[in-house]
Write a protein that binds this ligand. Structure first.
Ligand SMILES: NC(=O)c1ccc[n+]([C@@H]2O[C@H](COP(=O)([O-])OP(=O)(O)OC[C@H]3O[C@@H](n4cnc5c(N)ncnc54)[C@H](O)[C@@H]3O)[C@@H](O)[C@H]2O)c1
Ligand SMILES: N[C@@H](CCC=O)C(=O)O
Length: 547
């Protein structure tokens, strides 16, 4: 199984996967429609995958289309205590071989996975994401196809960068070098519902670096991950390197987190869940064999801040895309905006016109820009914020606000204006298509930047719009810690692997930047080796000699 190769090989220089258009008449459109029809015509059964084997528990849960919740796409088996133990054992068993694989072999597996996804799996993964997460074709393509392909191509490249990073100096007669070993133990990957690519990246980033993984996907995102497991097997990933155990977060999480062999957590999801996981780790710290690495990207309250010199059309496009693409269910989505009084009339008029033109419905109809939110719990939570705004005398719904869950979980793109810059909707993450605007006096630019910086506990993404360079510079300075991904005259969403490493700090996470060497470096434990080619033979130092 090992490649005997005495050459120093190089990973191909990665390039971002092109985004297909799916315009009428294109081949990709035809293939995607075929894949959608195929998935819709069947109800599949999704097993757990432990040590490469399919495991069925009989404790079944449903996968439905959020835009048509009567349509069941699959039933999946849920893990309990027995399966959690089996998954950890299978991972630890696989560790013995996997950590010995040469890095070129690991790279080859993930580069092949990228090609499989760029080719025959592209349509199945996109169709699965459209149907089970309610994404339009463009949102599916940039996520489940392009971003995941990019993660695999770029991460293998970054792996090589990490391995080549060596101590700069070895004075004669010594040779110093660093071996970037995988962690001892297993990594617990816990993934969110909203990005298939994050689902694929969190277990594979540690695996690329030679680690073994127990993967718990979100209960609302089991469908597309199941196809990722199939793809990885076809790419040659050995059994047991990644073990797939869907199940209730609290049940699976608590069991895994207390295992003494836990070497790391790779999490993306809400701040609350992450903080609880950290707490469990803290409470069990004496029981672990190693200090678990904790990497988590969590919530956001992302902002767009406009200066009076902003271009109104560009600002409005960024607000509409930033707030309403994928129904605002991106951790990076614009959910609060600060607009100067001098621009508000024009911005408001154009926003209302644009929002009213947004076509809402099933993603299978490619003319729809906007689809459903993920499930009933999300629907009720988002609606509660809209109801709160409706009832408040500090806010007004400018457009939208309608909610209907009779067929699918549909919430209209909603624009709220508030007179209170600390209004609840300006502070808390809603994770839905609700954008709240605070209109400020033009001459209070700097004070309002400070307000923006101190309003929410998060620090994920943000954007400044303005043609006046001095105003942009002031914003860059005043908002230095307000966002881990900061945009100048661009929307705060849509980071691309290899271009804008992604993540935030404050309550938004550990900022270990997905899609960069900064993330991969968390999955190695370096050993420094000093070889001495001419070791001293006398313990005495020269200064001790007699004159
Ligand atoms: N910063 C980022 O890069 C980023 C990216 C995507 C999503 N997010 C955040 O994710 C959230 C939305 O995703 P979600 O609804 O899937 O989040 P969530 O926190 O509800 O769930 C995330 C994962 O945690 C699991 N989980 C829940 N309770 C658990 C427990 N006690 N122990 C272990 N695991 C547990 C869930 O089953 C799921 O797999 C938003 O807050 C969003 O901002 C952040
Ligand atoms: N990386 C994505 C957000 C991921 C979170 O949901 C973006 O930049 O929009």
């Amino acid at each position: 199984m090992f490649l005997f190769n005495n050459s120093i090989v190089k990973i191909p220089y990665p390039e971002n996967e092109p985004v297909y258009s799916y315009a009428p008449g294109t081949k990709e459109r035809e293939l995607l429609k075929e894949a959608i029809n195929e998935l819709k015509s069947q109800k599949i059964e999704i097993p757990l995958i432990i040590g490469g084997k399919e495991v069925r528990t009989g404790k079944l849960a449903k996968v439905v289309c959020p835009h048509d919740h009567g349509h069941v796409l699959a039933e999946y088996h849920q893990a309990g205590e027995k399966e959690v133990k089996m998954a950890i054992e299978a991972a630890l068993e696989a560790w013995k071989e996997w950590q010995k694989f040469r890095w070129e072999e690991r790279a080859a597996i993930f580069l092949k996975a990228a090609e499989l996804l760029a080719g025959k799996y592209r349509y199945i993964l996109n169709a699965a994401t459209m149907l089970s997460a309610s994404k339009n074709v463009f949102q599916a393509e940039i996520d489940s196809a392009c971003e995941l392909i990019d993660f695999w191509r770029f991460n293998t490249y970054f792996m090589q960068q990490i391995y080549t990073d060596q101590p700069p100096y070895s004075p004669k007669p010594t040779w110093n070098y660093v071996q970037h070993r995988p962690l001892e133990g297993f990594i617990f990957a816990v993934t969110p519902f909203n990005f298939t690519s994050i689902g694929g990246n969190l277990p594979t980033a540690p695996a690329i670096m030679g680690n073994v993984v127990v993967w718990k996907p979100a209960s609302t995102a089991v469908y597309a991950p199941y196809f990722i497991m199939k793809l990885l097997k076809e790419a040659g990933l050995p059994d047991g390197v990644i073990n797939f155990i869907p199940g209730p977060g609290s049940v699976v999480g608590n069991l895994v987190l207390k295992d003494p062999n836990l070497a790391g957590i790779h999490f993306t999801g809400s701040t609350e869940v992450f903080q609880n996981m950290w707490k469990v780790v803290g409470e069990n710290i004496k029981n672990y064999k190693y200090y678990p690495r904790i990497v988590g990207e969590t919530g956001g309250k992302d902002f767009v801040f406009a200066h009076s010199s902003a271009d109104v059309k560009k600002l409005v496009t960024a607000l509409v895309r930033g707030a309403y693409e994928y129904q605002g269910q991106k951790c990076s989505a614009a959910s609060r905006a600060y607009i100067p009084k001098s621009l508000w009339k024009d911005v408001k008029e154009l926003m209302v016109e644009e929002i009213k033109s947004i076509k809402i419905g099933n993603p299978e109809d490619f003319t729809n820009f906007f689809n459903a939110v993920i499930d009933e719990a999300a629907f009720e939570n988002i609606k509660s914020y809209i109801d709160y705004a409706k009832e408040s005398n500090e806010a007004e719904i400018i457009v939208g606000g309608g909610c209907d869950k009779s067929v699918g979980y549909f919430i209209e793109p909603t624009l709220v204006e508030t007179t209170n810059p600390k209004f609840k909707l300006m502070e808390e993450e809603i994770f839905g298509p609700v954008l709240t605007v605070y209109v400020y006096d033009d001459d209070k630019y700097e004070e309002t930047l400070e307000l923006c910086n101190s309003t929410s506990p998060y620090g994920l993404t943000g954007a400044i719009f303005g043609e006046d360079r001095k105003a942009v510079s002031v914003a860059l300075e005043k908002l230095e810690y307000a966002a881990g991904n900061f945009y100048v005259n661009d929307k705060p969403t849509g980071a691309v692997v290899g271009q804008q490493p992604f993540g935030g700090s404050r309550a938004s996470g550990t900022n270990d930047k997905a899609g960069s060497y900064l993330n991969l470096i968390r999955w190695v434990t370096p050993r420094t080796v000093k070889e001495n080619f001419d070791a001293p033979e006398d313990y005495r130092y020269p200064f001790m000699s007699e004159e």
